[in-house]
Design a binder for this molecule. Structure first.
Ligand code: PRP
Ligand code: ZN
Length: 297
């Protein structure tokens, strides 16, 4: 038995669609790192939190066996592996991260006619997501042959290995380059923060919660803007009604001018020029909008 670790580990994709944004989010959560020589490991400088750079498909397994406590991974990868190994306790999704949106889709050769999923009956479908595909086929009541491939799924029809494919689509460029068209969605996916199903030591549990709160805070910071303005007190009801905000604003009297107020409100990021113009119409002035980097509820 090795000694229990005293540094938290979070796994992120080494290269691929999620890699860049995952590391960026960790930086926005206030972490800084030094890279190891082999570039497989980033050593946390300012907190006892290290980053493992791995293949996305390896992240659910690393979480399950407890080699890392947290991981940023596509929901598609997590769902595929948990469906493929029923009865095994799986990592829990603790946050959705709002990036890496894509979907797992059925795509057919450009010239193939398409009416409904029933058209797949008896065909060979190439995919790297056999469990998700099989579950979808069962739900649709279609009997088709699932051909499992580890990569380059999009060229399977041209190679004669399959008739159609089931693959992730993000921009659609890969399908287009391979003269395929998307006809049905099997799963919508995005990046999520997943946590090991194993019990953590008090130290690692505390670090995990701290990092989760910081990640949530960095994400919600991107969702809000801080609005400041001044106005006659009599305009407060109108101002509150116009704010794109669910929280009550903070209201302060101006020094020596009890009928004048200063208002601060955390607004939805949809706050724009037309809101400001409408607020000015009802008496607000000195309007200022600021970006919010960090939020700790
Ligand atoms: C997916 C999929 C396609 C590509 C589609 O791979 O297998 O190759 O992305 O993206 P597009 O619609 O923008 O062209 P992914 O990046 O998830 O890599 P992996 O399957 O090798 O992990
Ligand atoms: Zn992958």
């Amino acid at each position: 038995m090795s000694a229990p670790r005293d540094r938290l580990r979070i796994a992120v994709q080494k290269s691929g669609r999620l890699a860049e944004t995952s590391l960026d989010l960790l930086r926005r959560a206030g972490l800084s790192f030094r890279a190891s020589r082999d570039r497989l490991f980033l050593f946390g400088d300012n907190l006892p939190i290290d980053v493992l750079l791995v293949r996305d498909d390896d992240i659910p397994g690393l979480l399950r066996e407890g080699s890392c406590e947290l991981g940023m991974v596509g929901r598609n990868v997590l769902d595929e592996q948990s469906l493929a190994t029923p009865g095994v306790v799986f990592p829990k999704v603790v946050s959705t991260l709002g990036f890496g949106r894509c979907h797992l889709a059925i795509a057919v050769p450009q010239e193939m006619p398409w009416g409904s999923p029933a058209d797949l009956e008896g065909l060979r479908i190439a995919t790297s997501y056999p469990a998700l595909l099989a579950a979808w086929l069962a739900r649709e009541g279609v009997a088709a042959e699932v051909v499992t491939l580890n990569g380059s799924v999009e060229i399977a029809p041209r190679l004669g290995k399959a008739d159609v494919i089931c693959d992730l689509v993000s921009t659609g460029a890969t399908l287009q380059a391979n003269q395929l068209r998307e006809v049905a969605t099997v799963l919508d996916s995005e990046a999520v923060l997943a946590r090991t199903p194993r019990a953590l030591s008090p130290l690692l549990a505390e670090l995990a919660e701290r990092l989760q709160a910081r990640i949530d805070g960095a994400l919600s910071g991107a969702q809000v803007r801080l609005l400041m303005l001044q106005a006659p007190r009599s305009a407060l009801a109108d101002i509150t009604r116009l704010l794109p905000s669910r929280q009550a604003p903070s209201v302060m009297s101006l020094d020596g001018q009890p009928d004048q107020i200063s208002v601060q409100a955390l607004c939805h990021r949809s706050l724009d020029w037309s809101h400001l113009e409408a607020l000015r119409q009802v008496g607000a002035r000195g309007l200022m909008v600021m970006a919010v980097d960090q939020v700790l509820a």
